[in-house]
Design a protein around this ligand. Structure first.
Ligand SMILES: [Fe+2]
Ligand SMILES: [Fe+2]
Length: 277
């Protein structure tokens, strides 16, 4: 069994500042990290699928380092459109995978328990949309071909799919069709995991399931009308727990950062459990 937690879109700010004036992203990231630290069993690793900083500011990476270093398990970082890949890499020396690839790209392949993680850098300096480009696409194909016998998760900040939330689709991964062609060739790719959309969304790409994780801070409003404005709200922050086993493959659970009321037993009556709930 391998258990991987995925948190995404932290949008950390320099100390004392809120994101978009109202989202207390530093505090919300701290709460998410506390929730991960309390998990039993503890995940084997945590993957942070980008938008770690809000503006790629070195002061934001100081905050990120301070918060994420509280996690006792290995932490795998990805770059999003709000990040600055070179600054991010520089701020996290010694973090696994970051010794691979060029200085201004966070792309790497690592093994976590029974699973291989292939992380891509879809950030485009100065742009909201994502793009991998021919060099990284070729690297993805070669890297997947190199280890065909291990279940593989491809992680990329920008979803390579359309979601129906038009203002987010306008800034999705531009070369998603090329990703679809590549992953379709590799049977051992179990999943593509993404962030960026600040909502829990499931889609497919090249015959593979794509899961887009909710944010640990603010969420993007669920709005499927063509002219829906770009807005966020404070629906419950959440993260994903990816559970891999040989029997079931990769199964993903949504978990909420905030504690809910409960738990309660399934009582049918005083001292009697309801048969089969
Ligand atoms: Fe984001
Ligand atoms: Fe993003």
């Amino acid at each position: 069994m391998t258990l991987i937690a995925q948190i995404t879109d932290l949008h950390l700010k320099p100390r004392g500042l809120a994101c978009y004036r109202v989202s207390e992203t530093n505090m919300l990231a701290e709460r998410a990290v506390e929730a991960l630290c309390a998990l039993d069993p503890a995940p084997d690793a945590v993957v942070v699928t980008g938008d770690i900083a809000d503006q790629g500011d070195p002061r934001e990476y100081v905050v990120a380092r301070e918060i994420l270093s509280r996690l006792p398990m290995p932490v795998y970082l990805l770059s999003g459109n709000h990040d600055h890949s070179a600054q991010l890499k520089e701020a996290f020396p010694g973090y696994p995978g970051l010794d691979q690839g060029p200085a201004d790209r966070l792309r790497y392949a690592v093994t976590i328990g029974d699973v291989r993680l292939v992380a891509l850098d879809s950030s485009v300096p100065g742009a909201g949309h994502g793009e991998l480009g021919p060099e990284q696409l070729a690297w993805l194909d070669e890297t997947l071909a190199a280890k065909p016998d291990i279940a593989t998760i491809v992680a990329v900040h920008h979803p390579p799919v359309l979601t129906g939330i038009h203002h987010m689709d306008a800034i999705n991964l531009r070369d998603g069709a090329a990703v679809a062609d590549i992953v379709a060739k590799h049977a051992h790719v179990e999943r593509i995991i993404c962030g960026h959309d600040h909502r829990g969304i499931v889609a497919t790409c090249g015959g593979k399931v794509v899961t887009i994780a909710p944010g640990v801070a603010h969420q993007v409003v669920l709005a499927l009308k063509d002219d829906a404005p770009a807005q966020f709200n404070f629906e419950p922050p959440a993260y994903y727990l990816h559970h891999w086993s040989a029997e079931a493959g990769l199964v993903t659970h949504t978990a909420y950062v905030e504690k809910a009321d409960g738990p309660y037993p399934f009582w049918a009556g005083e001292g009697v459990a309801w048969p089969g709930y």
